[in-house]
Design a binder for this molecule. Structure first.
Ligand code: PGA
Length: 248
């Protein structure tokens, strides 16, 4: 039985004041057995973990460097994230793959670094609009899974988020049929590689998840939750998504 997970990705948004939104999620969290993880910018991690702990929300970072320390100006390492009290880290988000030219090999190294620091990796994959139009979606997903996910993956240290790039921040959510096809495919691919362990690995959908479409997305058997961007910024939006997941 996989525990459902609602993860929020604040991206480069938020402030100390905005952490009030995190506190406002408390009723949604205590009322359900669903795991909730919020990923604010690195500057807010410490304060967020202080606030989130008593509520029962986990905190994650949005990236980590593959090295533990050293001459990498501007970067943050996995042990630093863990020391701040965070338990999760988003890796391989398409915005980082695009903005920072991160390759599958980079993402794989970061996942290994995350695990060495005791963090759960929320590893993102997904195709572009051009790749979907060229019928390459499953090829892209298969390659990214094979090359981004290290061999040491387990149900405890890995969450995979399927985020079609064309659905991120666009309002163009993937159809239920598209989501089911890719999530079933990901489960099969992971099972081929990791055997029964893959049964416990959580697969999140991400891309324009909103209160209005969440319940339908969560009907898919191999959707174990969501990675939510824009709609995670306000408790009034993220709360109902958590509730829809808990009810699914
Ligand atoms: P969105 O972002 O929900 O705003 O589409 C999702 C994500 O990028 O994780």
């Amino acid at each position: 039985m996989r525990r459902k997970l609602a993860a929020g990705n604040w991206k480069m948004n938020g402030s100390q004041a905005a952490l009030a939104e995190l506190e406002a999620l408390a009723p949604n969290v205590t009322a359900t057995g669903t795991e909730v993880v919020l990923c604010p910018p690195a500057t807010l991690l410490s304060r967020a973990t202080d606030l989130a702990g008593p509520i029962g929300i986990g905190i994650g970072a949005q990236d980590c460097h593959a090295a533990t320390h050293g001459a990498h100006t501007g970067d943050v390492s996995a042990p630093m994230i863990a020391e701040a009290g965070a338990t999760h880290v988003i890796l391989g988000h398409s915005e980082r793959r695009a903005d920072h030219s991160e390759s599958d090999a980079d993402v794989r190294a970061k996942a290994e670094a995350a695990w060495a620091a005791g963090l759960v990796a929320i590893l993102c994959i997904g195709e572009s609009a051009a790749e979907r139009e060229a019928n390459k979606t499953l090829d892209v997903v298969s390659t990214q899974l094979a090359q981004s996910v290290p061999d040491g993956a387990t149900a405890r240290n890995l969450v995979v988020a399927y985020e079609p790039i064309w659905a991120i921040g666009t309002g163009a959510v993937a159809s239920l049929a598209q989501i089911i096809e890719v999530h079933d495919f990901m489960r099969d691919e992971l099972t081929k590689r990791f055997g029964v362990d893959a049964d416990g690995m959580r697969l999140l959908y991400g891309g324009s998840v909103k209160p209005a479409n969440a319940a339908e997305i969560f009907t898919a058997q191999n959707v174990d939750g969501a990675l939510v961007g824009g709609a995670s910024l306000k408790a009034a939006d993220f709360g109902p998504i958590i509730a829809a997941l808990a009810a699914s």
